[in-house]
Each structure stands twice: as structure tokens, then as C-alpha cells.
Ligand binder design. Structure first.
Ligand code: F3S
Length: 774
């Protein structure tokens, strides 16, 4: 079973289209100023443009100021989806009526698996509880030729790294940590389902050209310092917003000393500083990793490209490349860090951590140490942890905190089992969970005594630590560290223990001190394949497969196309709700228990705007109908929908901030929302609204917000012309108040020609479906 290529692997579909990309790079060079130097991220990104001249020259001062300005229309090579977000992506894809996906794609069932007693018990239980969703995903995958990784096969980002990521590739993934694949030289961007559908149907995917933030690595890691500490330290420096609108591009001599999986860990957590993605150049660590994962031919092709002269070199930056911002990190002097609680940018060097714990009165002990996950379950991570466990076991010690291990994939799990690493963990009292997200995404049933609301601490090698992230308890202080630090500290159970300097008393009365961890980048015997049942289904479409959606299901419902825009202005639109203050995507479409309805638009729409504050009364989720009767916002929207009454929402600044959650745009549209009128919008949400056929308008004069009230009846003037002309002109709203008076509100819009087409057709998908049918 060892070191054999996966039977269903299709190397051709997993190899980036290098000849095409190299030719496109030359086209990009021709379009841009002759001597313009490009960063690596620019080379790969711009080589994926549908039409370089159109994207790079329009509105951008002849190609001189692209970053932060140009609107890139991109053609990604591949799409990966996790089970929670794949549901709506596939339901939307199905409405287009295409027989197969336009680019290779994969689905990974990882988010709905609980971490509780261990893989053997947890996996079958979780499959039982989510069977209809998994059956739907599998049947749709088979029908449309998407590779399907069943529950237990692995976590999306680990499976992508082992199978699909490759230098020069561009992929979209329906998960925020998709940039993990940047460790292997890919541009990999986390998106919502509707964006993924763009790529699946061969429509260009739009992105505002990111700025490029250069991270120069110098020196070499040693001792306790690990790749995780690079990003933990960087998060402290950049903060959670520091990477917004930027790609983090790593370069410098320090890169060559890093393993491929170490680079993936660093790229993974670029999401924590808000970066669009992160990327490493082709480097020595890539070749053995590609070979070990049965992709030797890709390693050879990439090596050749990486040795081409600069002008043709797709996989390394130009020597004169300029960065919008530059950060330098010396790996030789890097110290382990611990970040948290509750935010990944609260970064403390290990040597100062006990002092910071005392100062802040954080818990002195912690209940669980969790290692692995998509961020940190590589062979290198796990064998370094194993070396620590062996030292402690030899001294007669057992972990004082619960010790939970999440392998990232079946391949890594089986390899660690064969090489006795998992045995070492289990013998020490560790619990090996399923190859899935589990405690990293709140699917953790804790077995200790901690009660909801009780202040306590945990340590993990994961990537996120906002409140409730792991165990649903907002009082749990979750600290992030490297797996090595988590493992060593689990033996003291104390947050003030520094494994680099402190000792632990052994049963025989001696003082045990850890030596620095040691491990192996890759298994000397190659990777084990593991249980063949966990290999993906082949990516060949089979039209005879029927997609399984039960008409009585409360978790899945097929989508119906939205009606196209009428041949008139919108008349009789009523203000459903005037929102006061912040209105995030979570306010518009709450998460938590609602996540289980992600594939059922009518059911999840029952949460629409339930977090919104009524500007007139200060109440939350309390709407007033024209007769004065109160109800929840979704109930009023449903009632008006039944009456055929369309509506709009009036809101303040940054409407739709927080995430790319497409449900926040889909649900209002489904319930009859036509316009959102706000003081300003979060950019991604504004785009999502247009994709669903909802028109986002902003007040030309902000104080006009005060003129409008719930239940005012509005009519648009000029909207039809704007839509028909591809975005020319502006829209006026004429509002009739309930006392019969009339007010006029001037608005602005950002509708592009394409987006006008979406609104006219009813939604972006309607337009695609129509084109597919032509
Ligand atoms: Fe995401 Fe954690 Fe899974 S970061 S992919 S939830 S392991």
C-alpha cells in the first residue's frame, strides 16, 4: 500500500496549464510598460487573465497603476469546495443546466464531522447525522465530474496540498484557508459559493487587483522555532486587518530552508491578517514534496520553468520587483510565539508568555492541547511532536491536559500509523480524532468538566481563535501556538510553563527538561495510501446519475431561478426595515445553528436580518407592518412576498461587512428584496448583492438616511436607463411617506456593464443559464 500513486489520480488534470500560462505571461509583458518588473503573485495572477489588455489597461493609467485599482477578470484553473459551502455552490451550479464543470473541481467532506471520542466512533455518527447532505454532494459530484472526497478522507486544505496544489496554479476554494495551497507556489483564494460557480461555468471571476505585501525571510529556523511562529509573529505585526486587499508574497534566502508543508502552514494563516492570499516562490522544498505525493512530472516541469530567464520565469519574482509594503523576518532569531486569546494578532513571544498570563490574570492552567488540523498536521509537525512525547514518556510523564490529535488527511494518518507516531501519541494518552475539522470548527464535544460560560483556557495548533470557535463556549480562552509548543506544554498543563527553560518533576522525583524537538520533513518510506475507500471518486461526469435531493428535506432544496428585471422602473417598493448601526453578514444571515440549513434557501431565510436593530425603536428583529402589527423581520418579508410586495432595506455604513457569506445576498433576494440603500457597503457584499440581482445604492447625501422610514413606498427614477446603458447615469428614489408627503433621494451606484446584465437577467446565474441554453 506504500508509495503507490492513487489509482484515480489524473495527473494531467492536476498539472497547471504551463504552456498556456507561459504564453499569457508574454502577453502580459507586451501589454505592460516594457521594463516593468513583476512580483511572483502578479506573474501568476495576470497570467490567468481572460484578456490581459482589457483588465490591465482599462481605467488604470495605461497599466502603470494596476494594484488596488484594476478590475481583474480571471480564469482560475481549479475549484475546491468543502461540504458546508459546497451545498449552495452546487445548487447554484445546477441552475445553469451545464453537463459538467468547466474546470476540474473537488469536494471535501470535512466540516460536519464531530470531534468527541475518537475517529472510530465519531465518523460513523457524523455520517449518520448528515447523510442526506453527503448523499447530495456525492451524487452531484458524480453527475458533473467533480472529484468527491468522502467524510474521513481528509481536510480540504491538506488534501488539496497533497493532490492539487502546484507551482503556478490558480485556484478558488470555498473556504477562508484556501491560501494554504500557496505554500506550494499556487495562487489560491478563498471565496463564496457564487464566486466558485463563476469558475465552474467558465465565466471570468472578478477581483480588484491586490496590492503586494513582500515578506522577506532571512536566516534559518532552528531548535523550537517552527514555520507556525513565522506567521504568529507576523500576525502580531500586521494585525487582523493588515493584509486586507493584499497578497503576502514571501521571498528571500530564508525561504530555501523551509519545508513545503511549513510554507503551507504560513500561507494558511495569512487569512488571519485579512490577506487575499499568500504565496511562496518555487523552492527546494517543493521538489521532494511533489515527488513524495506522486507528482514527479509536475516537479520536473516546474523546475524547468523556474530556471528560465527572468522574463519567462513564471515561478519566481523579477529581481527588481517592488512591493507596496515590506516586512523582514530573521528566522535565525525567531522565537516561538503564543497568540490569543480571542484574536490571532495578540502575539506574545514564549519567553514573555508567563508574565503576560500573570498580568492579564488569564487562567494558569489549561484543559486541552489540540494539535493537527488543516494548519499543522504535516509529517514534519507530527514527528517533531512525537520526539517530545517520547522524551516525556521515557521520563515517566503523561500529559496533564487532554491531548487531541487531528490528522489532516487519510494519507498522513496512515503514514503516521505505519511509522508508529500515532501509537506513541495514543500510548501517552492522546486521542486521535477523525481526519476532519472537528474541534477547529466548533464541532468539539468536550469530555472534561468545563461548563458553558466558565472561564478556562485551551491551547491549539489551529489557525483561528475567535470566541466559541472550538467548543461553542465564549468563555474559553483559546491560544494558538506551534504543535510542538502545544504538545510540550500539555505535559505541564500550565500556561506559565516554558518548555524551553522550565522543568517538570517526574514520578521518580527528578526534574525533566525537554530537548528541542526533532522530526523529518517527509517519511523515508514514502507516504502510505491508507484506506482505499477514502480515495476520491474520478472526475468524469456521468449524466445518468440522478442528483439526490428529497422534496421533503429540510436541509436541501433545489433553487428556482429569480424573475428577470421588469421592463419598467420599480414601483411600489416598500421599506421593510430601517437598520441602525452596524449590519454585518452575520446580522443579515446568522451562523451557529442556521448553518445546517445552508443548502435550503427557504429554511435559512428564516434568519434574515434577525440581528438588525430597528432605527425607529432600537429593537432587534422587530419589524412593523403598515397596520402597525409587529413581527420578526423574516415573517414580515415572507408576508409581503406572499402579497407580491417587493421591498428594500435602508441602512447605514459598511453594510454587509464581515465575510463573503453569499446567503446574506441570496436570502433578501429570495424574500423579495430588490434594493439595499445604505450609506456605504462592504465591497464583497456589494458585489454579492449584484450577483443575486439586488441593486445596492448609496445615498448621494448621507443625511437623507433620516428622511426615510419603514413602510415608505418608493419608486425608482432612472434605474432602468442605468441598467440598459450598462451603468451610465444615476438613480433617484421618490418616496411617498405614510402621511402622503413625498421626498426625493439622490443615490449613487457602482454597477458595471456586466453587473447591469446580472440585474437585468434576474441574477448572474440566470444570465449564465441563459447563455448555456443558447
Ligand atoms: Fe477550516 Fe479548521 Fe477545517 S481552519 S478547513 S475548519 S481544520
Amino acid at each position: 500500500t506504500d508509495a503507490v500513486p492513487a489509482p484515480s489520480s489524473d495527473l494531467a488534470s492536476r498539472t497547471p496549464p504551463y504552456p498556456k500560462l507561459l504564453a499569457r505571461l508574454q502577453e502580459v509583458r507586451r501589454v505592460l510598460a516594457p521594463n516593468r518588473a513583476l512580483t511572483l503573485a502578479e506573474k501568476i495572477l495576470y497570467s490567468h487573465l481572460e484578456d490581459p489588455a482589457e483588465s490591465l489597461l482599462t481605467n488604470t493609467n495605461n497599466g502603470t497603476s494596476i494594484r488596488g485599482t484594476a478590475n481583474l477578470k480571471l480564469k482560475p484553473d481549479r475549484v475546491a469546495m468543502q461540504d458546508a459551502s459546497a451545498q449552495m455552490a452546487l445548487l447554484q451550479f445546477m441552475t445553469c443546466g451545464l453537463p459538467s464543470t468547466a474546470v476540474p473541481a473537488s469536494i471535501h467532506c470535512d466540516h460536519m464531522i464531530v470531534g468527541y471520542k475518537g475517529a472510530d466512533v465519531d465518523l460513523p455518527e457524523s455520517i449518520k447525522g448528515n447523510k442526506e447532505v453527503f448523499d447530495f454532494l456525492e451524487s452531484a459530484a458524480k453527475k458533473y465530474g467533480i472529484e468527491f472526497w468522502e467524510p474521513g478522507a481528509g481536510i480540504i486544505h491538506q488534501s488539496v496540498l497533497e493532490n492539487y496544489s502546484a507551482p503556478g496554479l490558480m485556484m478558488l476554494g470555498t473556504d477562508s484557508h484556501t491560501p494554504n495551497a500557496g505554500g506550494l507556489g499556487a495562487i489560491a483564494i478563498g471565496v463564496g459559493g457564487a464566486d466558485a460557480v463563476d469558475a465552474l461555468v467558465d465565466a471570468p471571476w472578478e477581483l480588484k487587483a491586490p496590492k503586494i505585501l513582500g515578506v522577506r525571510l532571512e536566516g534559518k529556523l532552528s531548535g523550537w522555532a517552527s514555520p507556525k511562529d513565522v506567521i504568529l509573529r507576523l500576525a502580531g505585526e500586521l494585525t487582523v486587518r493588515g493584509g486586507t486587499g493584499s497578497i503576502l508574497e514571501y521571498f528571500g534566502p530564508g525561504v530555501d530552508s523551509l519545508s513545503c508543508t511549513g510554507m503551507a502552514t504560513i500561507s494558511n494563516m495569512g487569512a488571519e491578517v485579512g490577506a487575499t492570499t499568500s504565496i511562496f516562490p518555487f523552492s527546494p522544498g517543493h521538489v521532494p514534496y511533489l515527488e513524495a505525493t506522486h507528482r514527479g512530472p509536475i516537479a520536473r516541469e516546474a523546475s524547468q520553468i523556474a530556471s528560465l530567464p527572468e522574463r519567462h520565469n513564471l515561478l519566481r519574482p523579477d529581481a527588481a520587483a517592488e512591493y507596496d509594503q515590506l516586512v523582514t523576518i530573521d528566522l535565525s532569531t525567531l522565537e516561538p510565539h503564543i497568540n490569543g486569546p480571542f484574536t490571532p494578532d495578540l502575539s506574545t513571544p514564549l519567553s514573555r508568555f508567563s508574565e503576560v498570563v500573570e498580568t492579564n490574570d488569564w487562567p494558569r492552567s489549561f484543559g486541552a492541547g489540540l494539535i493537527g488540523s488543516c494548519t499543522n498536521s504535516s509529517y514534519q509537525d507530527m514527528t517533531r511532536c512525537e520526539s517530545l512525547v517520547k522524551q516525556a514518556s521515557a521520563a515517566g510523564l503523561k500529559p496533564k491536559a487532554d491531548f487531541l490529535i487531528t490528522p489532516g488527511s487519510e494519507q498522513i494518518r496512515a503514514t503516521l500509523e505505519r511509522d508508529e507516531t500515532l501509537n506513541t501519541f495514543s500510548a501517552a494518552g492522546g486521542v486521535v480524532l477523525a481526519n476532519a475539522c472537528g474541534p477547529c470548527i466548533g464541532q468539539w464535544k468536550r469530555t472534561d468538566e468545563v461548563q458553558k460560560g466558565e472561564k478556562n483556557a485551551i491551547l491549539s495548533s489551529y489557525n483561528r481563535n475567535f470566541p466559541s470557535r472550538n467548543d461553542g463556549n465564549r468563555a474559553t480562552m483559546n491560544f494558538l501556538a506551534s504543535p510542538e509548543i502545544v504538545t510540550a506544554m500539555a505535559y505541564s498543563g500550565s500556561t506559565t510553563f516554558n518548555p524551553m527553560t522550565d522543568s517538570i518533576p517526574t514520578p521518580s522525583g527528578e526534574h525533566f527538561r525537554f530537548n528541542p524537538p526533532q522530526g523529518f520533513d517527509l517519511p523515508s518510506q514514502g507516504f502510505a495510501q491508507g484506506n482505499p475507500q477514502f480515495l476520491p471518486t474520478p472526475g468524469q461526469p456521468d449524466p445518468s446519475v440522478e442528483v439526490q435531493v428529497s422534496p421533503t428535506s429540510d436541509r436541501l432544496a433545489l433553487l428556482e431561478l429569480f424573475a428577470p428585471f421588469p421592463d419598467t422602473e420599480l414601483k411600489g417598493l416598500r421599506v421593510l426595515y430601517k437598520v441602525k448601526g452596524q449590519c454585518t453578514t452575520d446580522t443579515i444571515s446568522a451562523a451557529g445553528p442556521w448553518l445546517k440549513y445552508k443548502g435550503h434557501l427557504p429554511n435559512i431565510s428564516e434568519n434574515t436580518l434577525i440581528g438588525a436593530i430597528n432605527a425607529a425603536t432600537g429593537e432587534t428583529n422587530t419589524a412593523y407592518d403598515v397596520d402597525g402589527k409587529t413581527s420578526g423581520i423574516p415573517d414580515l418579508a415572507k408576508r409581503w412576498k406572499e402579497q407580491g410586495k417587493e421591498w428594500l432595506v435602508v441602512a447605514e455604513h459598511n453594510y454587509g461587512e464581515g465575510s463573503a457569506r453569499e446567503h446574506a445576498a441570496l436570502q433578501p433576494r429570495y424574500l423579495g428584496g430588490r434594493i439595499i440603500l445604505a450609506k456605504s457597503f462592504a465591497r464583497i457584499h456589494e458585489t454579492n448583492l449584484k450577483k443575486q440581482g439586488v441593486v445596492p445604492l448609496t445615498f448621494a447625501n448621507e443625511s437623507d438616511y433620516d428622511l426615510l422610514d419603514a413602510c415608505d413606498e418608493l419608486e425608482t427614477v432612472g434605474l432602468l436607463d442605468v441598467l440598459r446603458s450598462g451603468g451610465q447615469g444615476s438613480v433617484e428614489l421618490v418616496a411617498r411617506k405614510r402621511d402622503g408627503t413625498e421626498v426625493r433621494v439622490q443615490t449613487r451606484h457602482t454597477l458595471s456593464k456586466d453587473q447591469c446584465g446580472f440585474v437585468m437577467a434576474g441574477s448572474a446565474l440566470n444570465l449564465l443559464a441563459r447563455k448555456a441554453g443558447e
